[in-house]
Design a protein around this ligand. Sequence first.
Ligand code: CP
Length: 308
Amino acid sequence: MKHLLGLNGVSKDEITQILADAFEMKKLLQKEKKKSDLLSGKSIITLFFENSTRTRLSFELASKYLGATAANIAASGSSVAKGETTIDTAKTIDHMAADVIVIRHSSSGAPHMLTNYTDAAIVNAGDGMHEHPTQALLDLMTMEEKKGSLAGLKVAIVGDVKHSRVARSNIYGLHTMGAEVVLAGPSTLMPAEIEALGVKAYYDVQKAIEGADVVMGLRIQLERQKKGLFPTVREYHKYFGINKERMKLAKPDAILMHPGPVNRGVELSADIVDGEQSVICEQVTNGVCVRMAVLNLLAGNQPLVKID
Ligand code: CP
């Protein structure tokens, strides 16, 4: 794998390798001295054209824990704000000998486009409504950690599927690993052709959650309400919000996930965000581990774990 642009087309073997390496990276993260020289001499640039806390910080920490030289550019503080194009920005970074460029952009396909203008490996940190592959990988890692195996799991994804790059990457990754994916959300937030991806779409959240091993809420982008895609936040929560009662429909040992940031009381009732079934904090930790594994592999190093 030269780049990580999405999980569509990434094989089961490749996902298995990344997850195995991520679990190995977790051992390093749990040490008092979180330092390795695996990426010593490598330069990693994170280029964020959209806001981020988890993804940006975890890529930066992952780079530093592995000994890389890491630098970050945010659109607002860079020459992008003076009108420089994304391509010219990428070419500029390329001439500073970057080994890996991590990019988040509001336009679907922006990371793919950059592959034509730089020799660096490109990692998609979320592009428009397309994909967010490292988020899905950290979600898979968390599911595997909590459930032992991904094959055969029933994963219910609830919310704004239409605009969600997290949902799309999870659908691709979970299918590849043999899990079943069901979706629920308002019809205005569900893409018409989504079942062509091999998922079942419900407009009744209860039906989707019934018997699930994993329940994943998606962030509702509140600006969608202004565009009339759902009447009010209160009504969204009443019909599609995940709460204690609805979680009882899932398997007794089901876990609750959310990519963050959470709108408490909208996608999830405030009490279950911090409840016993929530693994949202573990997702954040595993995000660093997955990004350490991805950066290590894309920088050209050998995998940490040998898989037969
Ligand atoms: N889940 C996620 O991508 O969060 P950030 O926007 O904070 O990076």
